[in-house]
Design a protein around this ligand. Structure first.
Ligand code: ADP
Ligand code: MG
Length: 728
């Protein structure tokens, strides 16, 4: 491509309209894509490429598979079909002498653009017609004889906005490359480029926009993906390094005696998987480095029990003399004893505190109730921090927490993080974390020591993704379910079967079971509320007339919600009609029936979470997924009906939605990445992680002039998000 004359001094901040050939009108359009400067254009990477290399031999064509063919136009024929459509057929003879036809309907003007003897490349999806291969409405490139000689051309396809065409973007990018490709600073040190066989930045930019070959597309792509993932790993390391240096964690040792005593509190034996994970956590807690562990386990696998075990270990451990000097003697007087008794004076050795945070108030209340049951008579003080408490109540609780009288605090994340000051927090548990929580973790750190952190999730995250997102996070997996669990019998209920389903459902209710009816609700808005209420009325006056129904939804006052939940738990209600507020963690073992209305409107993971509510007791759960459609297949609902394995479903979900969506930023809270795809580029994630470690070994915090550029880019890109502002 010919270089356009550059009028201005090369600069990445030059505005696009000042580049030759772009002009104000085009620049205005490009602004709709966020492209204002030369840098913007250079960094606007193609989303795809069209192969115009003409490399395909006709013998290699495959029906429906994109291909391009180069050749000589031998015939141009226009006619009108008997349906009255204009049809243009261009016959192209490829080098081998084979012919293909390019066909256009209703585009008579195209005829003028072809003449026998022209050299062209057409690209598209071939179809086998009656007289050989046909390309309907292919893309065309007209070649000069000279071009035909080395006809390798890959055309970049860019993300667009309304009113912006590929040609506008191509032109601007080309102008930007000509203007400034050579002055883009190189972020990677020369030895890294050499060692990893990566393209230098100017070459990589040229090749990603105007590739010379398929191999060069791959090479350019590899360079940018690697750089992006390396920068993320470096940012995560910096973040972690700063935390570690700033804060030591309390060493909480769990010896065999304490282990046995904690486990004896539970009404069941821990499963092998629970014991294994408790062991992993105990090892972490014993170190003076903050634990940073993700616990993954399917719905109902018993994560809460594991978290409770860890919290009891923390609150049984006396605060180290160094931390609370005055109480050293008292602490030593009762080594290893849990906080079971308060002395007459109310003074007692200081123990570490623990907090568990739930995503909703409902779940917080449930955790609280569970802990109270479990710890009745133990002397361990548990306090609840949720909305709906009076200012006076809250003040009193906060006072007890600050004084160290409260051992375990249960609450919503907002309230615990926002309000509570702890005397000596040892462990934080974040329950049912559906979002990647890089950002939330540091919030509770206060005072000298940073607490250990345990994040629990029922949404399996592929290991590479977890690593990419959390850096050096450790992962425990609770595989398997507590004994006696049976997979929920799950049915798809079509409209024709609905009456029979309700009859069946009523039969089970009459026999003494309890159940849920789940109604969809997009945003729990006022309008939703009306439709939820009318769904409730329909049930109450229709199929479930004879039963005691309760209704919970997201706009109900938490106290009212908790009241209804309690009625349901106590058996004063037969059926709980609910929106997906019951999705996470609600634990009523006696409820074993579920009807999910409008099942198509839920995601696969969400359906599985919902079903988890009726997989808790010894009685086999039953779940009906009511669909609005009849017998046509519905991939999500059908997958849901076919499998009860959360990890299996998560994988299918990934496949159905495409990996981009799982880690899509809005969905998951994962860091936004431009080119890298955490699933596809798993191997590069691992490589970048190793390299970041190695770099930090020789140049902690990237403190070496050769990393200056990289360091600046890392901080520009991730500094704000990860709180790296204070660096250096
Ligand atoms: P999760 O939070 O992983 O969804 P929970 O911790 O709420 O699961 O446990 C689900 C149910 O299983 C609870 O009713 C709990 O009491 C019970 N449970 C947990 N561990 C065991 C076990 N080892 N044996 C029997 N029941 C268990
Ligand atoms: Mg749970």
């Amino acid at each position: 491509m010919e270089a356009l004359p550059n009028t201005a001094e090369p600069s990445l901040t030059t505005r696009l309209e000042r580049l030759p050939g772009v002009g104000t009108a085009r620049a205005e359009r490009l602004a709709k894509l966020g492209l204002m400067t030369v840098r913007d254009a250079l960094m606007h990477f193609p989303r795809d490429y069209k192969d115009f290399s003409g490399a395909h031999a006709i013998a290699d064509l495959v029906e429906g598979e994109h291909a391009s063919v180069a050749g000589l136009v031998t015939d141009v024929a226009s006619r009108t079909t008997f349906q009255g459509r204009a049809m243009l057929t261009v016959t192209i003879e490829a080098a081998a002498g084979d012919r293909v036809k390019a066909i256009w309907f209703n585009m008579p003007f195209m005829a003028k653009r072809f003449e026998p003897g022209m050299r062209v490349v057409i690209a598209g999806q071939p179809r086998r017609g009656r007289q050989g291969w046909e390309f309907a409405h292919p893309e065309v490139r007209w070649l000069t004889a000279d071009e035909q000689a080395h006809a390798s051309e890959w055309l970049a396809i860019y993300p667009l906005a309304e009113g912006v065409q590929q040609s506008h973007v191509r032109l601007a990018v080309q102008a930007a490359l000509d203007h400034a490709a050579t002055i883009v600073p190189e972020a990677l040190p020369p030895e890294t480029l050499a060692e990893k066989h990566l393209l230098p930045i100017d070459e990589a930019l040229r090749q990603i926009h105007c590739p010379a070959s398929a191999e060069m597309i791959t090479a350019a792509h590899r360079r940018f993906v690697y750089q992006e993932l390396l920068m993320l790993q470096l940012a995560l390391r910096m973040h972690r390094g700063q935390q570690k240096r700033a804060h030591a964690a309390p060493a909480i040792a769990v010896d065999a005696r304490l282990d046995a005593r904690i486990r004896a509190r539970f009404p069941f034996e821990f499963t092998a998987a629970q014991r294994k994970v408790c062991g992993e956590i105990a090892t972490d807690l014993a170190r003076s480095e903050p634990m940073n562990r993700l616990l993954q386990g399917d719905v109902g696998s018993g994560k809460t029990a594991v978290a409770t075990y860890a919290m009891l270990a923390a609150v049984a451990t006396p605060v180290k003399p160094a931390s609370v000097a005055g109480e050293a003697a008292a602490a030593e007087a009762a080594p290893g004893e849990p906080a079971t008794v308060e002395s007459a004076s109310g003074a007692r050795p200081a123990r570490y505190q623990a907090a568990i945070m739930a995503p909703t108030e409902l779940l917080a209340r449930q955790h609280f109730a569970g802990l109270e049951r479990l710890l009745a008579g133990s002397g361990v003080e548990v306090q609840l921090l949720v909305g709906g408490q009076t200012a006076k109540q809250r003040e009193k609780i906060l006072g007890r927490i600050a004084a160290g009288q409260t051992d375990i605090v249960v609450g919503t994340q907002a309230l615990v993080c926002g309000g509570a000051r702890f005397r000596q927090l040892g462990l934080v548990v974040i329950d049912e974390q559906h979002r990647f929580g890089v950002l939330q973790r540091a919030v509770l750190q206060q005072g000298e020591a940073e607490p250990h952190t345990l994040v629990m999730t029922a949404t399996p995250i592929p290991r590479t993704i977890a690593h990419a997102v959390y850096g050096d996070l450790d992962i425990s997996v609770l595989d398997g379910q507590p004994p006696g669990r049976q997979p929920v019998a799950t049915y798809r209920v079509t409209p024709a079967e609905l009456d029979r389903w309700w009859e069946f459902f009523r039969g089970k209710l009459t026999a003494g079971r309890q159940g849920y009816v789940v109604v969809p609700s997009v945003e729990e808005s006022k309008r939703d509320l009306a439709s939820i209420s009318s769904a409730f009325e329909e049930l109450a006056n229709g199929p479930l007339e004879a039963f005691r129904l309760g209704l919970v939804h997201g706009r109900l006052k938490p106290v009212a919600k908790a009241g209804i939940m309690e009625d349901f738990r106590a058996g004063r209600l037969d059926v709980l009609v609910a929106t997906s507020v019951i999705e996470v963690g609600i634990d009523v073992p006696a409820a074993t029936l579920m009807t999910i209305l409008d099942a198509e409107s839920f995601g696969l993971a969400q359906l599985h979470q919902l079903r988890g509510r009726v997989a808790r007791g010894p009685t086999r759960g039953i779940c009906g997924a009511v669909t609005g459609s009849g017998d046509e297949p519905h991939p999500r609902v059908d997958a849901f009906v076919a499998s009860c394995d959360g990890f299996d479903l998560a994988e299918q979900d990934l496949r159905l939605r495409g990996p981009g969506d799982l880690v899509g930023t809005r969905q998951s809270g994962a860091p936004p990445l431009y080119l890298a795809d955490l699933l596809r580029d798993g191997a590069v994630v691992a490589e970048a992680r190793r390299d970041a470690l190695a770099i930090f070994e020789t140049a902690p915090e990237l403190a070496d002039p050769k990393y200056d550029r990289l360091r600046k880019l890392v901080i520009d890109r991730w500094g704000e998000m990860l709180g790296l502002g204070q660096v250096g």
